[in-house]
Design a protein around this ligand. Structure first.
Ligand code: CA
Length: 225
């Protein structure tokens, strides 16, 4: 697993790089934000510190998401819930607050990379599901709405593909949380709500994902065909 650490603080980087390399990750680092977009090729996971000297971390997160489907874990000293939600809306796959436990960081990196390395249950699926003018390419991890490719975060795509594969059956919140995040935590439901809201906004098809109150989500019958 190739990890790009975007961190301006040398002391943090000097501690993290060897610690993660010892655990088998292939590490690279950028101390500033501007070069990052040019460094994403062959990277599996970006660890993105929000407090950078040259660019706004949230803006960089959006730029990375627009340019690549690489997994992004935002790391921040700020602990406000709004920041976490903003990061997820900016396309981050996960969010970690400093100071964090190195074991937790490793677990999060492994979790996001495991779901994106092509060896998961999605590997080999070559189907494109067409729902009205929405095309969901399950193998290519692409969504095209009315001829336009939509940039989704990995988690947004995972949520959409689970609901699409269910073909109109209800997907419970528990199932989505366990399949996409592999865990639950206080505030998990709110995070899922945010991802669903962002998906609806990005797809411009708000009725595609129907809320089944108190249960979860399903494709609406008009789209499920
Ligand atoms: Ca910093």
């Amino acid at each position: 697993v190739r990890v790009l650490l975007v961190e301006d603080d040398d002391r943090v980087a000097d501690a993290l790089l060897p610690a993660l390399a010892r655990r088998g990750f292939e590490m690279s680092r950028s101390a500033t934000g501007v070069p990052v977009v040019g460094m994403l090729e062959d990277i599996d996971v970006v660890l993105l510190d929000l407090g950078l000297p040259d660019v706004d971390g949230m803006d960089l997160c959006r730029t990375i998401r627009a340019a690549s489907t690489v997994a992004v874990i935002v790391v921040s000293a700020r602990s406000e819930i709004d920041d976490r939600i903003t990061a997820l809306q900016a396309g981050a796959d996960d969010y970690l607050v400093k100071p964090y436990d190195i074991g937790e960081l490793v677990a999060r990196v492994q979790a996001v990379s495991r779901r994106t390395d092509g060896t998961g249950p999605d590997a080999g699926a070559d189907s494109v599901v067409v729902i009205g003018d929405v095309q969901v390419d399950l193998a290519g991890h692409r969504v095209i709405v009315a001829g336009t490719t939509i940039a989704l975060s990995r988690k947004e795509f995972q949520i959409l593909s689970i609901i699409v594969r269910a073909g109109g059956a209800v997907c419970s919140r528990e199932r989505l949380l366990s399949e996409v995040w592999g865990r639950t935590w206080p505030g998990a439901n709110r995070t899922l709500d945010v991802h669903i809201a962002t998906l609806r906004t990005k797809l411009h098809r708000p009725s595609l994902l129907h809320t089944v109150r108190g249960v979860g989500y399903r494709l609406t019958s008009e789209y499920a065909g």
